[in-house]
Design a protein around this ligand. Structure first.
Ligand SMILES: Cc1cc2nc3c(=O)[nH]c(=O)nc-3n(C[C@H](O)[C@H](O)[C@H](O)COP(=O)(O)O)c2cc1C
Length: 139
């Protein structure tokens, strides 16, 4: 089974989590990039325009062809997935996706069809334990 680990990040939490998972599974991790500047407080307002489809973005990511399963590490934005991640998932069936989400407190809505959902709270001391627990599902 070919697994691809992808992440989207603004402030580094999802990159860190993806890298920890990648290290344990001995797999490379790939960023999902867009053409939007998400720096600063503006991001909180800006993302609404993209989420509502008022603005369009372009994304780039490592080839997903021939992958059987995806591990997608994503922050929660407005209780949902960021528009960048939504676009990434446009042509990928959710049954193939393990969603590993990072947030201040909220769970991510709209991902009920995912193969697996792992929720990791930002700054939580249980991050490594949650990752460990998740990794066990691969053996
Ligand atoms: C635009 C925006 C919206 C967010 N919305 C939520 C939210 O609805 N609930 C929540 O618990 N955290 C929310 N957060 C916090 C992020 O999910 C959290 O900081 C996450 O760890 C960020 O991951 P990153 O460092 O990989 O970007 C939001 C952050 C941003 C920038």
């Amino acid at each position: 089974m070919k697994i691809g680990i992808y992440y989207f990040t603004r402030t580094g939490n999802c990159k860190r989590i993806a890298e920890k998972i990648g290290e344990k599974l001995n797999l490379e991790v790939y960023p999902i990039k867009d053409d939007v500047d998400w720096t600063g407080f503006k991001a909180y307002f800006k993302f609404q325009s993209y989420a509502k489809g008022k603005k369009k973005m372009k994304i780039t990511y490592h080839d997903t062809d021939k992958l059987d399963r995806f591990i997608l590490v994503s922050p929660v934005w407005g209780s949902r997935m960021p528009p960048t991640v939504k676009l990434f998932l446009e042509n990928i069936p959710m049954e193939k996706v393990d969603m590993v989400v990072s947030s201040k407190m909220d769970k991510m809505r709209g991902i009920e069809d995912a193969n697996r959902i792992v929720h990791i709270k930002q700054y939580s001391s249980g991050e490594d334990e949650k990752i460990e627990e998740y990794i066990k599902t691969f053996v």
